[in-house]
Structure formats: C-alpha cells, structure tokens
Ligand binder design. Sequence first.
Ligand code: AMP
Ligand code: MG
Length: 478
Amino acid sequence: MKLDQIQFTNPYLSLPPLCYQRIMPTPLKTPHLIHANETMAQVLEIDAGELYTERFLALLNGEFQPEGSDSFAMCYAGHQFGFFVERLGDGRAINIGSLGKWHLQLKGSGRTLYSRGGDGRAVLRSSIREYLMSEAMYGLGIPTTRALAIIGSPQQVYREDWENTAVVLRLSHSWVRFGTFEYFTHHRKFKELEALAEYVIAESYPHLADKEDRYLLMYEEIVRNTAQLMAQWQSVGFNHGVMNTDNMSIASLTIDYGPYAFLDDFDRDYICNHTDGFGRYSFGNQPRIGEWNLEALMLALSPIAPAERLKVIHSRYFGIFHERYTAIMGAKLGLNELTEGDYDLIGKLQNTLEELKVDYTLFMRTLSSYDGERSSLLRLGLYHKPMNEWLDLYDDRLLTNSIDTTERHTRMLRTNPKYVLKIYMIQEAIDAAKAGDFTVVDALFRIAQNPYEEHPEYERWAGATPEEYKNKKLSCSS
Ligand code: AMP
Ligand code: MG
C-alpha cells in the first residue's frame, strides 16, 4: 500500500466526547528521518519504499493527514507514585487513526488539552529509548506497544538542558490504561464508564462480548494477563520505572517507556528511576505494584461490577504470578517439567546471583551451554563457594530432567537472550544520533529484533556491563 492509499478509521471517537479531545499535531521544524521499522510496515501492509519518502516524514510530523484521519488525544487519570491525579491524559501523544487493529499515535507532536503546563514534546534521547525498547520487548516475546518510525528535529526544548526534539510513531491494539477507568469513576461519569468497558471488551476481549458478567470476566483476564506480564518482566530483568496506573495497559502490554532499564548485576533492590527515592518501582517491587494497580482498577470497576466478586478475582493475582514466574524460570533453566523443589531452586539462584553480583543476562546465557564444566560460570561471580553450592543443586536437579543435555542447551539458547538493550548501549546510540550518526540506532534495532541470535559483529555488547556503567539511574524528564 502507498501512503496515499491509507484509509484510517477512528473507533475511539465512537465513545462519548468526554473521553477525548479532537486536536491536530503541531509539526516540528525541518524534521528528518532517524529510523523506520520495515517489519512493522509489512504488518501494516505499507510498502517499505514509502518509509523513505517526504510523504512519510510529513505523516510523522503531522503535516500529512491520510484519508479518514480525525486526530485526538485521550483523557485519563491515574495514581502517580500512589497519589491520585484526577486528570492526566495524552499530554503529548496524538492519535492519528487506526489501520485495522493497529491504532497509530504520534508521541511528542505538540500540546493537547491534557498537557498540564508541559510543552507536548519529547526529546531525542527518550524517543530513541522508546523506539528501540518497544522493538526489543517484542523481540523477547513480551507483550508491548510497537513503533513504526522515529523522526528528529533541530527544534529544541528545555529539560535538564536544551535538547533536540523527536517524534515516535507508536502503535498498539489498545491505548486504554487502568487510569482511563479511574477517570470516569472518580468523576462519577458512570455512563461513560460503561461505554468504556464495552469499548475495551470489543477491542481487547471480544470473546467476552455476549457474556452477561463480562465486566467481571474482563477484570479476571486483566488480572491474569498482568500477572503474566509481571512474570515476564521479572524473568528477563526488566525494570519499567514508572508503574503509575496511567502507565498500566488494559490489554496488559508494556506501555510508556520512560526511565526503564535492564538489570546489569542481578539486584532486586535496583531502582532505575532517579526520582523514585523510596524504590516504590524498584525491580523487586514490580509484582507487588502490579497487584496494587489492579486494586485501583478494581475500585474503578466497582460501580459496574459486584465488589465482592472483584475482590475474589483480585486475591488470586499472586498465585497466578508465582505460577507463571516459576514456569518461565523453569524453562529458562532448561527444565522439561516443574517439580516441587524448583521454586526453591529458583529462589536460591536469585540469592546467589545477588550475593555474587553477577550480570543476570550473561549468567543465564552462559548457563545455557553448561555441561558440568563450571569455570565459565564461576568466573562471573565475585567468589566461588555460593555459585558452586547452587550448581551442585542444579546438577542434582538435572539428573531427573527428562530431556538430554543437547536438547536442554537448544531450548535454553532460545529462552535466554544473548543481548538485552542495557542503558549504556542505548546511550551509545543516543550519543551517536546527537552527532547525526544513526548507525548505532540501527545496530541496536537489529539486535532488538533477534536477541537470541549470536550476532558475532556485536559481540562487544554481549558481555557484562562495564563497571563504570553498572546500575545507573535515569532521569524521568523526557
Ligand atoms: P509519563 O509518566 O511519561 O507516561 O507521563 C505522565 C503524564 O504527563 C502523561 O499524562 C503525559 O502525557 C504527561 N506528559 C509528560 N511529558 C509531557 C510533556 N512534555 N508535555 C505535556 N505532557 C507531558
Ligand atoms: Mg504515561
């Protein structure tokens, strides 16, 4: 399809007007393409050649409105660091239309009704981080929003310093957040609340459409899928950093990439967000915050679903989380099926890695070729005794594993990525991009798409994080 053949629809605009503001993007000056995602273009059936045209640049810059476009920003509320904010909304993201199930959104495209004093812009560094990371999560098999392209502009905004701006064209099957429901419940707009629930069911849970207790069943699925998402984040060492309820997807996708990070050394107390003084959103706290956020959603749904039954569903969250996390970790350890002691084996592994300050990704990848020869693993930790003790347990467990070593290795190499995009790697791409060189963005993009491949040309990113870059924090300002 050529860009001029695009026919947008706007299903969200069928909701009551309180749910959104119709608003046009404000173009940036002299934009240029930084990177485009040809895989995603193929999914949307847009010809790859179109991505490198002036027309495409104009689409990202809000200067070209395809047929059917009727752009808008979405209204929502949310709990930020535990405190309720009664109106947030898309302060710098503008929805430009939907292609089938994909809803396209420009992030950083100017002010809206919900900008709350902000400038509606996004800076280059945070846009590169979002662009690369959504693709990386997808490559790891973790539910996420996606991105089609990123453009930059010499037009500047002030953050910690004057910085160049950028726009990411993001896509998702749903942009509805827990906080979207909270908005209507808080303002006692129950007609809108119900309309939103119907919309979300049609969009994300269509198999529930004709069920009488569908709001309850929708909540049940959200609880289950959120538990699954948290298990996936924990298993891969991903710290989101800002798990406010407005950043929690009703479709259980990883959404709104801010000061996120992957673990360097395994550390449950790691906090990637510089402004998170008490570690509310620390790596180890994420499953608990998932539960807290689901409780906020439960309260938001209580005007339209029976509270007692919502509570019962909510109370099952941790059981599901632990079951999912153990299953994923069991697979990462190459265990064909789980046995009773495996939960304990996983817990002891966490303690060992933490005590020895071992790079999590590197350890799991090295373990994926473990055949009894320990030196490559022992080398990763500060000292040997705890690692040897855990490997003794692992050796014992492998005796009853019902697959052979070769099969275990094959499976583990498909389950434990060789590469995750750590802060220092993305920073390298950002520094190069600031100097006008987008080749590092492209290199990380390729790794992001295939993190389980060897990529010998990028071997320098496969090791432990260099000491000077370890366990850094990131600023929230973006
Ligand atoms: P976040 O934590 O980045 O997802 O953002 C929280 C809220 O602040 C959302 O409502 C954003 O739309 C809004 N916001 C963040 N940055 C800006 C900005 N530069 N201009 C306007 N609104 C913003
Ligand atoms: Mg957000």
